[in-house]
Design a protein around this ligand. Structure first.
Ligand SMILES: NC(=O)c1ccc[n+]([C@@H]2O[C@H](COP(=O)([O-])OP(=O)(O)OC[C@H]3O[C@@H](n4cnc5c(N)ncnc54)[C@H](O)[C@@H]3O)[C@@H](O)[C@H]2O)c1
Length: 431
């Protein structure tokens, strides 16, 4: 089957290489010439475990092509996925400019009956606007909402083995075609769930905003535990042994980031406000998270009695979570901004996200090639991403390198007793 995917970001590129690996001929189209040039050479434009192998395999087998020729990408396939960005506008609303640009290109260039599949996360009700536009084409263009649930850092694995596939649409033949397309990726206990477009759109937001809420909830419990002399690690153990609660997305820390949770929480609040529905829990989730991103900064500021000028502060971990180089909405970014405002010297180490950070901060901060090098003469270390390589470091070497051994653990990866025994001042989140 010929498949076109518009957008070669985290979702589009992963979908493209995985469909190509399943034997389809996939055309990945993007407006970004640099990205397309790199991808045509087999170089991934972001870090994602396993991606490079699939990319190279698809190019070698010639089942995968990359183009900036958007018109050609439309007329060559009957199946067209849209996976372009839906960023947040200044009011917190989802900005659908990229989506409508693609829809316009499809409508203007359709040469036969086609199925248009929405993989991007779009506000509930967007399908109505798009279906209205698709009707302007001379050919029947059927619309299916197919939200994507992959996790950055595990994107390829998630795409190849999704927990469920959601298809929202009314055109039976299109739904059947998509069921066939996804079947090879699904086992018996992993279903294809069919529903209306609105339910599919809503389901995506419900999942992401619920997970974000769990994170803000546990962060509030951690902050309260700290004030009252309880230890959130023990509290959490009790919670997670309760099967009704489970253990996932209950890790206290410096808040959630990334390209999905923050913008999806804001977008759903916005959609609800427009329908006169006040999502109080989500508004609190968002507020708690904004404050949580700075919690470590204020701990450091308090430790240095409000004076950070000239002090070297080191950050281990920049990406919003491990196994990705994505720094969009990462807590590290707001913490660096605050530290620079206080005229601190900022030194950073991250195994893969440094290049993205350089685009934002240039030579305003230091980028070390090694975690210990980043600590040279440092007066405080902040752990912001729980990369495995930070879990069992050489504490003696760390202490040797640092001018002042103070450790602020934003991901609770260390045990207070161990760290204090090594001679460090230690603060975690809720411990
Ligand atoms: N990143 C994730 O983990 C994830 C997971 C599930 C869903 N989503 C959703 O999927 C969508 C895409 O997310 P992403 O992280 O892959 O985005 P991204 O920003 O990484 O990539 C989007 C790509 O679309 C391209 N683009 C923009 N306009 C275009 C056009 N007219 N034609 C062709 N390409 C165009 C951009 O150049 C860019 O390469 C968003 O709605 C997001 O919320 C993301």
């Amino acid at each position: 089957m010929n498949i076109t995917v518009f957008g070669t970001g985290y979702v589009g590129l992963v979908a493209g290489v995985c469909f190509a690996d399943a034997g389809h001929h996939v055309i990945c189209a993007d407006i970004d010439k640099n990205k397309i040039e790199k991808l045509n050479k087999g170089t991934p434009t972001f870090f994602e475990p396993g991606l490079e192998d699939y990319l190279k395999k698809g190019l070698k087998k010639k089942t995968l092509t990359f183009t900036t020729q958007l018109e050609e990408a439309v007329y060559k396939s009957k199946i067209i996925f849209i996976a372009v960005g839906t960023p947040q506008d200044p009011n917190g609303k989802a900005d659908l400019t990229y989506i409508f640009n693609v829809v316009g290109t499809i409508v203007d260039n359709a040469n036969e009956e086609k199925t248009i599949i929405m993989k991007s996360t779009v506000p509930v009700g967007t399908h109505k606007k798009i279906e209205k536009l698709l009707k302007k084409s001379k050919f029947p263009l059927h619309y299916v909402s197919n939200p994507e649930f992959l996790r950055e850092g595990k994107a390829v694995e998630d795409f190849l083995k999704p927990e469920r596939v959601v298809l929202g649409g009314t055109h039976k033949a299109s739904i059947e075609t998509l069921k066939g397309l996804y079947k090879p990726f699904l086992s018996l206990d992993r279903p294809i769930l069919t529903m209306t477009q609105a339910s599919a759109e809503m389901a995506k937001y419900a999942c992401n905003t619920y997970l974000a809420t769990r994170i803000s909830f546990i962060n509030e419990m951690a902050n309260l535990s700290e004030r009252l002399g309880a230890n959130i690690k023990d509290v959490k153990k009790v919670m997670t042994h309760d099967k009704r609660i489970g253990h996932r997305f209950l890790y206290p820390g410096v808040g959630y980031g990334g390209s999905c949770f923050p913008k999806d929480v804001s977008a759903l609040i916005h959609t609800a406000d427009e329908s006169d529905c006040d999502l109080k829990i989500l508004k609190a989730t968002h507020q708690t998270n904004e404050a949580q991103k700075l919690i470590l900064f204020y701990k450091v500021l308090k430790y240095f009695l409000g004076e950070l000028k000239g002090k070297k502060i080191t950050l281990w971990g920049i990406s919003f979570k491990p196994h990705t180089d994505d720094i969009r909405e990462a807590p590290s970014v707001v913490i660096i901004q605050k530290l620079l405002k206080e005229k601190a010297h900022v030194s950073t180490y991250d195994p893969i996200a440094q290049d993205n950070l350089k685009k934002d901060f240039g030579d305003c901060i230091e980028y070390a090639n090694d975690p210990y090098e980043a600590l040279h003469n440092s007066e405080a270390l902040l752990i912001l991403t729980e990369w495995n390589e930070f879990r069992t470091p050489d504490f003696s070497l760390m202490k040797e390198k640092m001018k002042n051994p103070a450790l602020f653990d934003g991901r609770n990866i260390y045990e207070r007793k161990t760290i204090e025994k090594c001679g460090f001042y230690y603060e975690g989140i809720g411990t």
